[in-house]
Structure formats: structure tokens, C-alpha cells
Design a protein around this ligand. Structure first.
Ligand SMILES: C[S@@+](CC[C@H](N)C(=O)[O-])C[C@H]1O[C@@H](n2cnc3c(N)ncnc32)[C@H](O)[C@@H]1O
Length: 247
């Protein structure tokens, strides 16, 4: 069963508690600390383009891509008039662009959707190859603590006017993959509800594994923070932000 198919039309509604303005501001601070004050960013797994929009508003040019055509269609709708943007339908594990970038970004645990270490290493290798010297790869992951202890083997429900959904999770100890079984009931009129189902999978990556894979492909300077601040990762950090610099 596909992920980010019909769900794409509800993604922005259900993400309305995510502060993409603050998120882009955080990325801008990281870029600024590294002397990158303008230029062109590649956003991998850009989804519906919410972060993309904020990066464009900050003055960057953005090339974005995503695996889901449905997510890209929402992004296209939202951002089609912007001349500083190009969107592509591509897979992070095998992307190839026609230029290099000062920064590559993958936000909101998109990296956890890569389900094997070999594919993740290939993604990092391609990111490295697409960066200028001194360029940055910036991404966040859902932590092992969050996927195992908070999301894993739990059930969540949300009841809103236009959508009711259940989110039933199963953590597979053999693969370290958290399977999310999502069932949505969506209504445009508050009376007639249409059901659809999706399965999403996110893999646990330890900090050590991520750092080793980044080093394997050539990144030397690697930093990790509690996401949205510049503090050390804690045992119960839920989102961890990595910054890897190409020498
Ligand atoms: C949690 S959403 C995040 C979207 C967006 N980055 C944001 O911040 O709202 C994860 C996104 O990763 C995309 N994705 C998953 N696997 C991918 C892959 N292998 N290559 C490209 N995009 C992928 C999905 O289609 C989805 O849009």
C-alpha cells in the first residue's frame, strides 16, 4: 500500500501545528553560522512544499524533489508562480541533478523513510557529490527513543471536522522499522465520509550509525543537535538535527 497518496490532500491540514517559519529560521541560522547567506538549496523529500515556501520567502532559490507525485502536486499548486523554484519527482536514494548546491536539506524525518543502511549511505553519497566545497547537508530524524517508546506499538486517534483518523503502530524488533497503519475518514461536507488507508514505514537509525555512514562517504565535520536549538542531544530527544559539512 502506497504512502503519501490520498494522504497528500490532508497533509497540510494535519501538519498545522508544525511551525515551518521557525523551522526555516533554524535552517537559516545554521547556514549563516557557516557563511552561507544566500544561494541555492536542494530540498530532498520536499513534500507539499511548506518548508520550501519559507526558504523561498527568505530569499533562497530552491530545487525540490519528492517521491510522491501527489505531494508534489500540492507543492506545485502552492508555489507554481515562484520563479526561483524547480520541482522534480525523484527518489532520494537515486537522485541526480544538473548542478551542485551550497546546501541540501531533508526535513521532518524524511530520512527515516529510507529503510536500509545501504540505501541511506547511497543517499548521503549522492548528497556529498551534489554539494559545493564547504556546502552543508542538513537533516533531522525521528530518534530511536521516539520511534520505539512513543510511537512504536501505540495507537493514536484524531477527530477533526473534515477528517477522523486512526494511527496504529507496530514496531518490528527484527528490522528496527516502525510500521504505521493509518486509516482516514475524510469529508468535504461534514456528512459523507470517504475511507482510505496508508502504510508508512520509518526505520530507526542510531546517532552512531548516521555519523559512520556520513563519514564513509566523505563528510568530516559532523554536528548533531536537539532539533530547533543548538543543544546536545538528550536521552529523550525526539527529533535530532544533523549538519554535515563537505570540506
Ligand atoms: C514526513 S513527510 C515530510 C515532507 C516535508 N519535508 C515536510 O517537511 O513537510 C516525508 C516525505 O518524504 C517523502 N519521501 C519518502 N521517501 C522518499 C524517497 N525515497 N525519496 C524522496 N522522497 C521520499 C514522502 O513522499 C514525503 O513527502
Amino acid at each position: 500500500m502506497a504512502s503519501y497518496g490520498s494522504f497528500a490532500s490532508l497533509y497540510d491540514v494535519l501538519m498545522d501545528d508544525f511551525d515551518y517559519v521557525a523551522w526555516s529560521g533554524y535552517i537559516q541560522r545554521i547556514l549563516s553560522k557557516n557563511g552561507i547567506d544566500h544561494g541555492i538549496i536542494l530540498e530532498m523529500a520536499c513534500g507539499t512544499g511548506s518548508l520550501t515556501k519559507e526558504l523561498l520567502d527568505l530569499g533562497y532559490r530552491v530545487d525540490g524533489f519528492d517521491l510522491s507525485e501527489e505531494m508534489l502536486a500540492v507543492a506545485q499548486n502552492k508555489l507554481s508562480k515562484n520563479k526561483k523554484l524547480r520541482l522534480f519527482n525523484m527518489d532520494m536514494t537515486e537522485f541526480k541533478m544538473d548542478r551542485k548546491y551550497q546546501a541540501i536539506v531533508a526535513a521532518c524525518d524524511s530520512i527515516n523513510y529510507i529503510l536500509s543502511e545501504s540505501s541511506l549511505k547511497e543517499t548521503f553519497r549522492r548528497a556529498y557529490d551534489h554539494l559545493d566545497d564547504g556546502g552543508l547537508l542538513i537533516f533531522d530524524i525521528n530518534s530511536e527513543y521516539k520511534l520505539r517508546e512513543i510511537l512504536g506499538n501505540n495507537i493514536f486517534l484524531e477527530d477533526r471536522d473534515e477528517v477522523f483518523y486512526t494511527w496504529e503502530n507496530q514496531f518490528d524488533e527484527d528490522t528496527d522499522i516502525c510500521n504505521f497503519y493509518l486509516t482516514f475518514f475524510h469529508s468535504n461536507d461534514g456528512e459523507n465520509y470517504k475511507r482510505f488507508d496508508e502504510v508508512h514505514r520509518e526505520k530507526v537509525y542510531s546517532i552512531e550509525t548516521i555519523i559512520n555512514l556520513l563519514r564513509d562517504v566523505g563528510f568530516v565535520e559532523i554536528e548533531k543537535y536537539e532539533a530547533f536549538v543548538f543543544e546536545d542531544v538528550k536521552k529523550e530527544s525526539e527529533r535530532i538535527n544533523f549538519v554535515a559539512k563537505k570540506k
